[in-house]
Write a protein that binds this ligand. Structure first.
Ligand SMILES: NC(=O)c1ccc[n+]([C@@H]2O[C@H](COP(=O)([O-])OP(=O)(O)OC[C@H]3O[C@@H](n4cnc5c(N)ncnc54)[C@H](OP(=O)(O)O)[C@@H]3O)[C@@H](O)[C@H]2O)c1
Length: 211
């Protein structure tokens, strides 16, 4: 699959490393300098799926640049609505109801936004195998086909994919990210953890109460 990653910072390069062995990657940047770089519109037009890996404050500008080229395509939103990570998630730019992902979707009405790849640090987006248990990566988006593509890419990157249904659930995935960021900046865990699922043994008989 042709994956256009918008940005070439820490997250963009981490995802290029974990997805680049099985997919073609190009970076959408403001000043393209090599063959695997292009302008934002060119890379969005080339891609089958786009990953947004730019700062929160750039969202409106980026959406304007790619909007015409992502119609009908999955746009995986890895951003988090923080305005200054050094201050921690207490400066989250989205309050109360709603999410950055839903706001992005309203700026990209023809695209299929899926919130994912925002819930752990870039070091684990690059190398999920560094964690003791396989880390989970949650995905929420309204278009089922696009969500399935996102879940497949999550698996390709080395995470346990978790379907979280509609884009309205993106607000919870952004909150989960705020917990990760709080730990990373202010909490006891620092950046040394990820979120993982713990399942019931699969062979247990199902009870009527298991709902
Ligand atoms: N770092 C993490 O561990 C982590 C983990 C999960 C999610 N996130 C989220 O992922 C996003 C990216 O984080 P990051 O750490 O990768 O940031 P970063 O290293 O600062 O990289 C940001 C990238 O976005 C580009 N950019 C900035 N403004 C732009 C604009 N107006 N148009 C086009 N490109 C623009 C930058 O390009 P220039 O070089 O041209 O400025 C740079 O390539 C953020 O929303 C962050 O909250 C971060």
């Amino acid at each position: 699959m042709r994956i256009g990653i918008i940005g070439k910072g820490t997250v963009a390069q981490a995802l290029a490393a974990s997805l680049g062995t099985t997919h073609d990657i190009r970076f959408g940047v403001r000043q393209p300098r090599s063959q695997d770089h292009g302008t934002l519109p060119d890379v969005a037009a080339w891609a089958d799926a786009v990953i947004l890996a730019t700062p929160w404050r750039a969202e409106a500008d980026v959406a304007t640049e790619i909007a015409a080229h992502v119609r009908g395509k999955p746009v995986l939103d890895a951003t988090n609505p923080v305005v200054g990570a050094q201050h921690g998630p207490d400066v989250a730019a989205i309050d109360g109801a709603g999410s950055a992902a839903e706001r992005l979707q309203s700026r990209l009405p023809g695209a299929h936004v899926v919130k994912t790849f925002n819930q752990t640090g870039a070091e684990f987006l690059k190398d999920p195998g560094a964690l003791r248990a396989k880390p989970a990566m949650f995905a929420a988006g309204d278009d089922e086909a696009s969500r399935r593509i996102a879940l497949a890419l999550i698996a390709d990157a080395g995470f346990e994919p978790v379907d979280c249904g509609p884009l309205a659930n993106a607000r919870h995935l952004e909150s989960l990210a705020m917990i990760w960021i709080w730990q990373a900046i202010k909490g006891p865990l620092k950046r040394r953890f990820g979120f993982a699922l713990s399942h019931l043994p699969t062979k247990l008989p199902q009870k009527d109460t298991d709902q």
